[in-house]
Design a protein around this ligand. Structure first.
Ligand code: ZN
Ligand code: ZN
Length: 269
């Protein structure tokens, strides 16, 4: 086997944005290309997780119709709950109202001090790091992540160390900060995702980094696989690299969700 070969088969992508970055009402025309991409890639379990500020576009009837049209796929109804100070209060209410219809809720910190700009906007968000104490920003980010966990409204944390996106690194060790945050997640029995999105960002690294991932594994925190695709052509992006890394680290199972109920699935060689 060449070193490029993927030794394990990934089958699930639990972070996708059919609407992209605007409200687009769910229709079969919008959603079917995602099912087609999944099938082509050999993925049989995908979750739609549009940002909560676009919740008006989500239509559970259309998701059900898509399920009927694609019985070979598991299609999960999900959402990504941000810490958007302007829109997420309404998003939280919507999630509470539709909790029983949702399979899966991702939790994400995209906002630091500026209420009008996601810090992970590329390249504009990098300006939020100018002249700032980077250790302070990391501390603030993980504090906000714990606040989001404490809402009790999320099943899984997205891109756990997104704060590194533009390549800023803390000067002192953040082991304790990370460890405490992971412990917070473990105690609440939540999952985190392995997100290939970091490989297409300036930091060019998996979310989370190897050291964080090893700590999460030690704690037995369950993992999902995710691309954070904003177009169906990004679905499962870099999954061969991810599979390779998972094999190196000895990760042999991932978790899936149905109506917020988690199951661990062994990966096939
Ligand atoms: Zn996100
Ligand atoms: Zn996302």
């Amino acid at each position: 086997m060449s070193s490029e070969a993927s030794p394990i088969l990934l089958f699930s992508d639990y972070h996708t944005h059919p609407q992209g970055h605007r409200v687009q009402h769910y229709t079969q025309a919008l959603l079917q290309p995602w099912a087609d991409s999944a099938r082509r890639l050999g993925l049989n379990d995908i979750a739609f997780t549009d940002h909560d500020r676009y919740h008006a576009g989500i239509d559970f009837d259309e998701i059900n119709r898509l399920r009927e049209r694609n019985p070979d796929l598991q299609i999960r109804a999900g959402i990504e709950l941000d810490n958007d100070p302007i829109h997420s209060p309404a998003g939280r209410k919507w999630i509470e109202k539709h909790w029983d219809e949702l399979d899966f809720v991702l939790g994400s910190v995209h906002f630091l001090d500026r209420p009008d700009q996601m810090f992970d906007s590329v390249p504009d968000g990098a300006a939020q790091f100018d002249d700032k104490n980077i250790d302070g920003l990391y501390t603030d980010y993980f504090r906000r992540l714990r606040e989001l966990v404490a809402t009790g409204l999320v099943d899984c944390l997205a891109h756990f160390d997104l704060i590194k996106i533009h390549g800023h690194r803390p000067t002192s060790g953040i082991g304790t900060l990370v460890s405490e945050t992971l412990e917070f997640i473990r105690v609440r029995n939540l999952a985190i995702e392995l997100s290939t999105a970091g490989w297409r960002k300036p930091v060019n690294e998996l979310y989370p980094s190897d050291s964080i991932l090893e700590l999460a594994m030690e704690k037995g925190i369950p993992l999902t696989t995710a691309s954070d695709a904003h177009s169906h052509v990004q679905l499962g992006e870099n999954f061969a690299n991810l599979a390779h890394k998972m094999a190196q680290l000895g990760i042999r199972q991932v978790c899936i969700f149905e109506k917020h109920k988690r199951a661990e699935v062994p990966l096939q060689l």
